[in-house]
Structures are given as C-alpha cells and as structure tokens.
Write a protein that binds this ligand. Structure first.
Ligand code: FPP
Length: 249
C-alpha cells in the first residue's frame, strides 16, 4: 500500500515534462461558498500561485505559465479588475526581491499595453532584473490566444513577410523561445481551453480537476503529474505497431 508520505513526494519529470501551464479557475466560487466577495477568492488563489514555485522546483520542470487575467476578464466589474491588478502589483513588489535568489525568470505575456503604465513599468523592470533565471515563470495577463496569433501575424506583415511558416508564427508569439507546454492543467471543473495558449497547446496533454484553484494542493498536483507521466504521447504519429489502426490524434 502506498503511504501518504510517498504521495507527496515530487515525481521526477526531467526529460518528460518541461513546460506546465495552468488555467487557474474557481476563485470566484471558492469565495461565494464562504459568502465572501469574489476578490477574496482571487487573494486566496494568489497564495496557491505563490506556492507553485515551491511545488514545481523539485520536479525538474523548468517552465510554467499561469493564466492570471484574460482579454475577456476586462468585462468583469471594475472592482474585481482593480483587485486583480493590485494582486499582480503586490506580487511584483514582494516577489521581485526573491526572484533573483531563487533563479526565476519572470515573463509577462499578453496585451500588456492595456494595463496602467506604472504596472507595465514594474513588469518590464522585473523581467529585466530576472532575465538570467533558469526557471521561467510566465504570467499571462490581459492575454488571449487569438489576439496573440493576430498580433504575431500583423508583426510578420509589418516586417514584409510573404509566405510564412509555422516556425515564423511561433517566433512572433509572446512566448517566442519558450518550449510549447507539455501539460495544461485546468482547475474548477470546467472543460474548456478558454483562449489560452491556443497555438502552443496543439499537442499538449490536458488535465482537468474539479478542485477549485485556491484548494489545489501539492499532493494533488503531484498526482496530476504522475498521471501525465503514464500517458503515451504520439504527437499525431504512432508509437508502436498496436497503434497502427488508430487515427493518431
Ligand atoms: C478564474 O477564476 C481566475 C481568474 C480570473 C484570476 C486568476 C488569478 C489568480 C489566481 C491570482 C493570481 C495572481 C496574480 C499574479 C494576479 P474565476 O474568478 O473565473 O472563478 P469562478 O469560475 O469560480 O467564478
């Protein structure tokens, strides 16, 4: 019988899972169930987000991307939008101090020009300050997958490109230079991609859990990683003769 202790041990993902991405869903419901304002759910969700680094560090995963604010989230009530901006701003202020020590490189992806100028400045300063970190943490903020692809295509048109390749588009996304995600985890019991990393997730595996983001634990994350490590990824091809009858998707 597996002990509880072993379930909390970090699985070794080296060479199998380089980039993990998270759709952090369920903050609002977490708050509503406690008769708290939605922003209290985001504040609690930010704690889970802060824990991620500790949880991922021993697994050998080197890239993580979190979906913190989508282009659609601009339609939320102003006080909720404001609360999310403040959370990000506070995170930058506090984490900036330790990011370099922890060897973490922060990157912000999205239409960040829509954000308050002082926040944009803080983001760019933290990116510059942490540029050489070996663990890359991307925060998608004011981000939409379709908008990102349109942005890349317009960049290519502006540069005078004629016929373009998949590689050209990848190289003009906000995530240029970062490997595509191997695994996208969505909490909160919804089974959607919600415009997140649309191009980059073409061959990603997905994991869905009903757990609300603020309730995600290290133990559950490691169970999700173990499940991923047991999957056979085919990238549209076949892995062995027994797979020949399949359509390879
Ligand atoms: C979706 O839950 C979550 C968000 C829109 C925000 C996610 C943000 C955090 C976890 C805070 C992270 C930290 C930074 C750096 C800002 P929802 O509100 O749609 O939940 P619901 O589906 O239960 O309503």
């Amino acid at each position: 019988m597996k002990s509880l202790f072993s379930a909390a041990q970090p699985p070794s993902c080296e060479g199998r899972l380089s980039h993990i991405a998270f759709i952090m869903d369920g903050n609002g419901r977490w708050a509503q169930r406690r008769h708290l304002p939605r922003k209290a759910g985001h504040a609690r969700g930010a704690e889970t987000f802060r824990n991620l680094l500790d949880w991922l560090e021993p697994t050998g995963i080197r890239y993580a991307t979190v979906y913190a604010f989508s282009t659609e989230n601009w339609r939320r009530p102003p006080d909720e939008v404001e609360a999310l901006m403040q959370l990000l701003s506070r995170y930058i202020d506090t984490f900036g101090k330790t990011a370099v020590e922890r060897n973490v490189s922060l990157r912000f992806i999205g239409n960040t020009e829509l954000l308050p100028v002082d926040l944009q400045e803080k983001m760019r300063a933290l990116e510059a300050q942490t540029e050489s970190g070996t663990f890359v943490l991307q925060v998608a903020f004011s981000y939409g997958g379709r908008a990102e692809i349109v942005h890349a295509v317009n960049d290519l048109i502006a540069s005078g490109a004629g016929i373009v390749t998949e590689g050209d588009i990848s190289a003009h996304l906000f995530t240029a230079g970062i490997p595509d995600p191997d695994l996208v985890v969505r909490t909160g019991g919804e089974y959607r991609t919600s415009n997140f990393l649309l191009w980059q997730s073409a061959y990603a595996e997905y994991a869905f859990t009903d757990t609300l983001w603020p309730d995600l634990t290290r133990r559950e994350l490691y169970a999700i990683l173990r499940d991923f490590l047991h999957r056979r990824r085919r990238f549209g091809g076949v892995t062995d003769a027994s797979d020949n009858a399949s359509d390879g998707k």
